[in-house]
Ligand binder design. Sequence first.
Ligand code: PAF
Length: 285
Amino acid sequence: MSAESLPIVRSIADLRAQVRAWRAAGETVAMTPTMGALHEGHLSLVRLARTRAQRVVASIFVNPTQFGPNEDFERYPRNEAGDAALLASAGCDLLYAPDVSQIYPQGYATQVRVAGVSEPLDGAARPGHFDGVATVVAKLLNQAQPDVAVFGEKDFQQLQLIRRLVCDLDIPVEVLGAPIARDTDGLALSSRNAYLSAEERAIAGMMNRVLADAAERLRAGDSVEKVEATGRAALERHGFQRVDYFEVRQIHDLSPAGLPPYDGQVRIFAAAHLGKTRLIDNMAV
Ligand code: PAF
């Protein structure tokens, strides 16, 4: 499908009409919610979605409620035409790019909050962020009513929060996590990588190496405390200016890791700043 022919809908009514038509034809539907500024990581979500349903709808909505007052909502990259072309090339059938009135109409007053899993790590570093994510994801899933929804493991805490949300609110959708897409030096692909200067970009790939080293040390028997302290110090030594966290956490609810054996049940999470850019990444142990 060419970019020009990728259908775009902007209202809940039009979105639901298309999904209804697919269902009436006996087809299943997968959704990949995004905020646009798409890269290979997003396209891998669309490709995974394609393997799980006959139709794929992607959404693009830069959700104001998940940005803090001093974050990058205004300068977040927006390029709908370019994104539509990429989505079409990855096999997407429909782009849902709602007007803000479809998500937060006049008088909108409801917020979804997922306790527990939303509290540590990015929940502590970005107050209110996950309430915005939970609210918009609940709305997008209700609006599209897909059979399957695909989210990236790069935002692993977000993924686990969405799993909890879908379970707690009985939303009839299967949530799938997609592996992290990485650049050749290991840097996790992110729309925010576009903010990095050449010098910062050269440092950015070290986050992945520090995580890999930490995972290795944990497997070799180092304590969680030692691995966390060493990881933090390594990020700072490589030139990251502020480390928000470098922590080992249980995957199901993001609570602190206990003692080994971990049996694949813990993951290491990192967030740190390079200039004006905040990078996050995580690694299975
Ligand atoms: O991961 C993202 O791009 C966003 O947080 C999401 C899930 C689309 C909600 O706005």
